[in-house]
Design a binder for this molecule. Structure first.
Ligand SMILES: NC(=O)c1ccc[n+]([C@@H]2O[C@H](COP(=O)([O-])OP(=O)(O)OC[C@H]3O[C@@H](n4cnc5c(N)ncnc54)[C@H](OP(=O)(O)O)[C@@H]3O)[C@@H](O)[C@H]2O)c1
Length: 303
């Protein structure tokens, strides 16, 4: 049986939908708020909820619960590793951060968790997820109104680009890896994904000029890209409603983009997807055309 945690989240919900369509494996859903019915209560902040939640689970698909200060995330994911070991879980799949995030602050709890899981008595697969396409989509929709008025799209990307990936593609890979791992266990075979670390990064890095080109096409007037400073971004984020740790992560991410460190050097995505990866420029064009820019803010870049 596969248990997927975090099903009320965007990624967890997509994975659950995908796994629910797989007929030859048993799947149960977990959420920290419970949810009733067949959804098990899996609250990483309440380790006491985990032994019962993990009963009978062979494959545990852990969706990272990263919206908190790092020490909280260490405690959450450490509790999951302990409970999985105690419950006799055979294989743990964890949604981590890709190599292009390596020097971003968000990588710290992910790499900590990878190491913690590696010391468990179960096998593991690490899904190193790239940054979501929603980041450039959020920036484009947030900036579309100003771009339409001024002819400029402003963002703190410098000359850098960011390798983003659609959540739907990440969910498709997670579904495949979880289902194949369970099938291998059911058949008494070695788990083909055991011990693997997959880099799941997009194949089309997106920079400020790329977003401006998308806006040009969507808005029907020439839009040029104007790089903005980190200090201006910090000032704009001050009253954004983001938690201080989220502001720190956001600035670290943009710093890495400007430094040219947010581009993927390698990716396993194409090998694991059943179809070509979803393209970020199409997602940007679609979001801007849908007029979603009116109410959005830079907080769409939170993580
Ligand atoms: N690659 C990226 O660009 C990127 C961006 C943002 C975040 N992330 C990471 O990827 C994860 C999934 O992204 P998302 O877009 O699906 O985020 P999301 O929609 O905001 O979902 C947050 C996730 O955290 C889980 N969670 C929160 N508190 C929890 C707790 N106490 N115990 C167990 N789970 C808890 C939620 O599950 P339940 O509420 O169902 O328990 C849900 O799966 C995030 O949590 C974060 O760690 C990645």
């Amino acid at each position: 049986m596969i248990l997927i945690t975090g099903v009320s989240g965007s990624l967890g919900g997509l994975i659950l939908r995908g796994l629910s369509g797989v007929e030859d494996v048993d799947v149960v859903a977990g959420s920290h708020s419970g949810g009733g019915g067949t959804i098990r209560r899996v609250d990483f902040d309440d380790p006491g909820s985990l032994p019962e939640a993990f009963l009978g689970v062979d494959v545990l698909l852990v969706v990272s619960a990263g919206y908190a200060e790092d020490d909280v995330v260490f405690a959450r994911h450490g509790a999951v590793a302990d409970a999985a070991a105690a419950a006799g879980v055979r294989h743990v799949i964890y949604t981590s951060a890709a190599s292009s995030c390596e020097s971003m602050t968000i990588a710290v709890p992910h790499r900590w968790t990878e190491n913690r899981l590696a010391s468990g008595p179960f096998s593991t697969t690490i899904l190193r997820n790239g940054l979501y396409t929603e980041i450039p989509v959020g920036l484009a929709t947030a900036g579309a109104g100003e771009a339409a008025a001024t002819g400029e799209f402003a963002a703190p990307f410098g000359d850098g680009k960011i390798s983003v990936v659609a959540r739907e593609d990440l969910a498709d890979v997670a579904v495949r890896v979880a289902a194949e791992s369970q099938r291998d266990l059911d058949a008494g075979r070695p788990i083909r994904h055991a011990g693997r670390v997959y880099e799941l990064e997009g194949d089309t890095p997106i920079g400020g000029t790329d977003i401006a080109e998308c806006l040009t096409a969507a808005l029907g007037r020439p839009i040029t890209y104007r790089p903005t400073s980190l200090s201006a971004t910090r000032a704009a984020l001050k009253d954004s409603g983001l938690e201080p740790y989220q502001i720190a992560h956001t600035l670290s991410t943009f710093s890495n983009v400007i430094a040219g460190r947010a581009q993927a050097r390698t990716s396993d995505l194409a090998d694991l997807l059943p179809a070509p990866a979803r393209q970020p420029k199409a997602a940007i064009a679609e979001a801007v055309a849908a007029g979603g820019y009116q109410g959005q803010s830079i907080s769409a870049t939170r993580r």
